[in-house]
Ligand binder design. Structure first.
Ligand SMILES: [Zn+2]
Length: 96
């Protein structure tokens, strides 16, 4: 039998286990250049965009999938703040 532990708190998981699956993918076609991008006005902008983007280039056309096993407590905490926005806010405030 497989044994799971909570990916957030590390506690061993019993029968009450929750799975969080996250998939991130572009909702647009990243390779598609729209006609408006080809307007003379936009070319410079586009070149700049591509320049700046080059540093950050990860293969964002590939869907990224994450899967987490969570205990009931972490599940409750997770669904209350799935993007950890509240936590980030709190961190920001405590820094100042
Ligand atoms: Zn947990």
């Amino acid at each position: 039998m497989l044994h799971f532990s909570c990916d957030m708190c590390g506690r061993p998981l019993g029968k009450e286990r929750y799975v969080a699956r996250i998939e991130v993918y572009p909702a647009h076609d990243p390779d598609e250049i729209e006609e408006s991008d080809l307007d003379a006005d936009h070319l410079e902008e586009l070149a700049e965009l591509l320049d700046h983007g080059a540093d950050l280039e990860i293969d964002d056309a590939e869907p990224k999938q994450f899967r987490f096993d969570l205990c009931p407590e972490c599940h409750a905490r997770y669904v209350a703040d799935p993007l950890a926005r509240e936590r980030l806010q709190r961190m920001k405030y405590s820094d100042n």
